[in-house]
Design a protein around this ligand. Sequence first.
Ligand code: ADP
Length: 156
Amino acid sequence: MKKIALFPGSFDPFTKGHADIVLRASQIFDEVVIGIGQNSQKKRFFDLEMMIDCIEKTFINDSKVRVEVFSGLTAEFAKQIGSNYLVRGLRNTTDFEYENTIAQVNQKIGQVETVLLITSPEYAYISSTIVRDIYRYGENVDEYLPYHLPLNLKTN
Ligand code: ADP
């Protein structure tokens, strides 16, 4: 049976740190689905459709990787796509504290296993929050991203 991994996140924006996790997961699994979690109560900073486009372009030559948008419980979406595995990245102990709890919940409610990949040190400092903060001040953020993002896009 095909082993499909779901890599869920906000990806607002998708960074080089995320891309590294996807590539490493694709060496372990047959397929990696990047799941952009949509929460109607939470506005995204970068446009969703644009971000899908950027991620798809990044993995255009990688047939094992695809992008999906979902809302609701992550474990339920995993089941929908035939995945029993969530992939998440760990940068530090703060990430660990969060992932530790949520992995136990997902195991309990959805019987999905969480596979935690430790960040590659060269990307450990990259976070979507920091990229948004830099972009807000009109700075170029291309060095943090695996694609080009024009300056002064309309953001929320
Ligand atoms: P969420 O809002 O669900 O935390 P993010 O888009 O911020 O979503 O992150 C998705 C996943 O990617 C999380 O597991 C996060 O820890 C991981 N991640 C984010 N940045 C990095 C990085 N630089 N290196 C490794 N993992 C990362």
